[in-house]
Design a protein around this ligand. Structure first.
Ligand SMILES: [Zn+2]
Length: 347
């Protein structure tokens, strides 16, 4: 049975949850989901009872998730919570309010939240989640702090297997997550469902095969479901070496017009791919992220577009150019240079 962070486990065992916790770490959301099941599931975290299913779909009536709307968590969102806090829990003995990316609280919202944190109703517990603890000190001082250890891949795999994913599904999921458990949050609530994921992946692959380069680029959008987004990123990577100059330029133009988030995601995949090629050249297959793509990686390495000695240099150059992209001069020129660098033959 997966366990919640130690401080929360102890509080659960003693039946004494505090009124507010601040969870700090990239795995805060993942740890919170484990905690919610441990708190509410009658069997302690079975994964398939009606309660667990409601929790997975974010539809448990005693749990409220607060997420930033645009860029901030605004005061109106906190006022709604204040009104909602007057009602006791309906299905259990405790209400939980979760504030995701708590560092996005506006100053007004944080001050308004402070009042609720000072005198919450006895049935209410707050969990503030953040990867970076940039919060008002007054808020931090009212919370018990939980610093989360980096969630290992082995632990994450175990937690997902416990949710019922097959080993093939786990292969795809772990490749998508890399070392970022927070990527799970890109799925809509309740997704992915064990037994349905591979079908979504296969469907995405056959849809994407019909598209030309610029249309493929559009599927990198964060509005797309993760199976389509990742498959599009990889399809684009595998097509690049065979393209003519004018096709590369069309793709560069499409990439340069993407939202920074979508282009950033593709760059992460691009770097991960080069990293995997390097690891494969050292025979370290157990460390490879795109473990569901081993045959493709082997083929790419066998084609010898880059020698193992060149890969670290390319990776360093890509890392550097990623910083360029973030500080950003002329995005289109920058993407063109990147694609030509990638497609140029071995030096
Ligand atoms: Zn359950």
């Amino acid at each position: 049975m997966p366990l919640a962070p130690e401080l929360l486990e102890t509080a659960l065992a003693q039946g004494r949850l505090s009124h507010a916790y601040l969870l700090i770490g990239a795995s805060a959301v993942q740890s919170t989901r484990v905690f919610l099941r441990r708190l509410y599931c009658p069997s302690g975290s079975c994964g398939h009872c009606p309660t667990c299913r409601k929790l997975d779909r974010d539809s448990h009536p005693d749990v409220r998730w607060l997420r930033k709307g645009n860029k901030r968590i605004g005061i109106e969102q906190i006022r709604r919570l204040q009104r909602d806090a007057l009602y006791p829990p309906s299905e259990s003995a405790r209400k939980i309010y979760l504030i995701e990316e708590a560092e996005a609280l506006s100053l007004e919202a944080a001050n308004s939240l402070l009042k609720l944190l000072e005198a919450p109703p006895p049935y209410l517990t707050f969990l503030l989640l953040t990867a970076r603890p940039r919060l008002l000190p007054t808020i931090i001082s009212r919370c018990q702090i939980i610093k989360l250890p980096h969630l290992s891949r082995a632990e994450l795999t175990r937690q997902l297997a416990q949710r019922g994913f097959s080993s093939e599904e786990l292969g795809w999921l772990m490749a998508f997550l890399q070392d970022r458990p927070e990527r799970l949050e890109r799925f809509s609530p309740g997704q992915p469902l064990p037994g349905e994921l591979l079908e979504q992946v296969q469907q995405a692959q056959s849809e994407l095969a019909e598209l030309d380069g610029p249309a493929l680029v559009q599927k990198l959008s964060p509005d797309e479901v993760p199976p389509r987004q990742r498959e599009a990123a990889l399809a684009l990577l595998s097509r690049l070496p065979g393209l003519a100059t004018h096709e590369l330029l069309e793709i560069a133009l499409a990439l340069s017009k993407l939202l920074p988030e979508a282009l950033g995601y593709w760059l992460e995949e691009l770097l991960a791919w080069q990293r995997d090629l390097l690891l494969l050249s050292y025979g370290r297959t157990e460390l490879i992220w795109n473990c569901d793509r081993l045959p493709e990686l082997e083929r790419a390495l066998g084609e010898g577009r880059r020698s193992a000695a060149e890969l670290p240099k390319l990776i360093a150059e890509l890392e550097l150019s990623r910083t360029d992209f973030e500080s950003n001069a002329n995005r289109q020129l920058w993407v063109e240079a990147l694609l030509f660098k990638l497609c140029s033959p071995s030096r």
